[in-house]
Design a protein around this ligand. Sequence first.
Ligand SMILES: Nc1ncnc2c1ncn2[C@@H]1O[C@H](COP(=O)(O)OP(=O)(O)OP(=O)(O)O)[C@@H](O)[C@H]1O
Length: 743
Amino acid sequence: MTATQGDVVAAEIAAEQAHVDKVYAELAKAAQRVELIHAEGMARGQTDRRGTGDPREEELAGLFERDALVYTAGKRRASLEQQHEGLVFGRLDLEHTTPDEDGRTREVRYVGRLGVRDDDYEPLVVDWRAPAAAPFYRATPVDPQGVIRRRVLRCRGEQVVGVEDDLMVAEAPDDVVVVGDGALMAALTRSRGAQMRDIVATIQQHQDEAIRAPARGVTEITGGPGTGKTVVALHRAAYLLYSDRRRFEGGGVLVVGPSSAYTAYIERVLPSLGEDSVVLRSIGDVVAGVGATRLDQPAVAALKGSLRIRQLLSRLSRAPIPGAPTLLRTFVAGYAIRLEQSDLDRARRQVLRHHHRNSAYDAAVDALAAIAWEQVLQGEREEFIGRFTDSGDVETFMRQWWRPLDPRELLLWLADEHTIRRLGVPPREAEVIAGSYQEALRIGSWSVADMALIDDLQARLGPMVDLPSEERGFYEIEELDDASQYGVAALRAGSGDEHVAGDHGALGDASAAQRLSQDPRERLLAGRLGEPEEYAHVLVDEAQDLSPMQWRMLGRRGRWASWTVVGDLAQASWDNLEEAARAREEAFGTLPRQAFHMDTNYRNAREIFELAARMIQEHVPDADIPAAVRETGVEPGELTVPANQMVGAVIEEVQRLLEEVDGQVAVIAPWSWHEQLGQVVDRRAGDSRSLLIDPLSTKGLEYDATVVVDPDAIVAESPGGVRALYVVLTRAAHRMTVLRIGG
Ligand SMILES: Nc1ncnc2c1ncn2[C@@H]1O[C@H](COP(=O)(O)OP(=O)(O)OP(=O)(O)O)[C@@H](O)[C@H]1O
């Protein structure tokens, strides 16, 4: 009796299962070792004087050691747990030209999310990032690199449930069985989850080249929609950490994306690849201690994003504090001193020529003293200056005239149109800017574009330094002033203290304060800004959308960094691309460049992408159009419905699509439809399989199916116009319906 194809596959699966079992057994041993280290670490921290609050020095050393051990063990355990699923995903059968020491030319090599060795230190699985794993991604029939067969193992938990082979030589040797229809197609046909998955088992050769490119300088990854730019860039981050852990884990890797929906969407990819030290931020969350999700009207965002705004910020950072005293009258060393507004302005200008405002308190006192001396010119100059500097009146005056300035406070000065006009802004722009900060004060939240302005002002003002302290109360001990470091920021926030958390780690506390406060102004100023954190590598996704001011903001965080920059100009929602390109060049300086272009669309079924491509080519003839590799045989639906029947049509389409796909169905609608549609479709992804989302928030995301509502309004409403619609039309993997308004 001959074996059926099913029997052959079952036998292959059973053989792979035997190896996978061995790996998990080894892993269980490793987990036990981790437990032992954990237990040992905890034991070292035991102290016989618990509760006295007075640990001996050797106990402190014990505690430190314990933390280090527990930390390492915990990290290893977390990574073992996260990579448990699908730990082994690949196998290479290689034929070498020169035999090994035992005279064999054949080798079997398994590839997985991490490297595992047996007791003899023989590799059971090679980490996908190790050089030994490279042929898994690089071998092709034209250049097999010694590979006869590449096999992808599909696992559920610890069970191998399928194998998919690619043969790299013209004919398989007799003992090498080839099964399956190819792993890539199987992966692309599957349903999309609410979160992005890693593609470690099916990375394609051209993607692998970008992933493993050297870390130097700037790596640009371009390509049309769905070409895997994001997922490739994330694998690249994992690869860089593996290839030079000291540099990148120590220096930090920052990944910046367009929105918090995007960061939530991609947040599982890196942990599933064994990396949890990467910092993910949306562009509204880059500045430590403050965050924003609100978007300005396009005209306002354009004004705030352009480099022209820097002139206003420069003047603002040197302007007098509104409401601060305009006259200093006092007696020093028996002389009556009177410093008028013009004297004060002169002193301020002199000081700001050479100093950051927030660190120039002493210089400002000196400047005032020098001007006061001009009114005296009798006796000893040094003695007079000393008496002036020590004067209680002068200190009281300085507390108002030269207090530490929070950049956010300066932006709020702009809510007053007269202030802006005094700073030389033309009336129409002054009105737009004032209106935007009046709105911020009304609703108590910043806009995403404000973050880059806050950052720019912070660079001009310097970090906030507390004024020289007044005499302290007896119980007010030094350390408690900065208790935020010890995790009590939320308490201070609750007590109404504006100066909450001092670093990004405590951002959550700042937002706790924001939630607690009823007063919009207090919410805007809650928490304390941290200083810009610098990184060894900065990865920017949807880079085509960054404004020039946002490039400057990122530039401050990557002054010594290498970069990976990902984008597609045809999807841009920023219209002055030339100015943004200049700001971006400035951020990169003279760093060397390398470029990778992705030209295969792995997301959209061909039928869906053709509709999107036709639309964008009509308006942007030089758009970068990839080739879609998968077909479903189902054309996207295009319906025209009267406006008053739109809600019903949406409900009907959602119902229909939910039956056709296993994953999520997104209704992508312009804001003008959100109120009506919000009553029938969930606004948030949550557990529900259908959701309502606005066009801009879909950047970088994907769904099994989409219902695109009123495309003309999407174009009219978005700063990117047709480019925004192009983004929207390329979000669906399997099914799409476009609902136009008409007749
Ligand atoms: N080699 C691969 N194997 C399996 N799936 C892949 C592969 N490459 C890309 N994909 C899938 O294709 C989809 C699109 O990828 P991704 O979101 O990274 O594209 P993108 O170029 O960033 O798209 P956009 O610019 O439209 O946001 C994702 O579901 C991703 O998992």
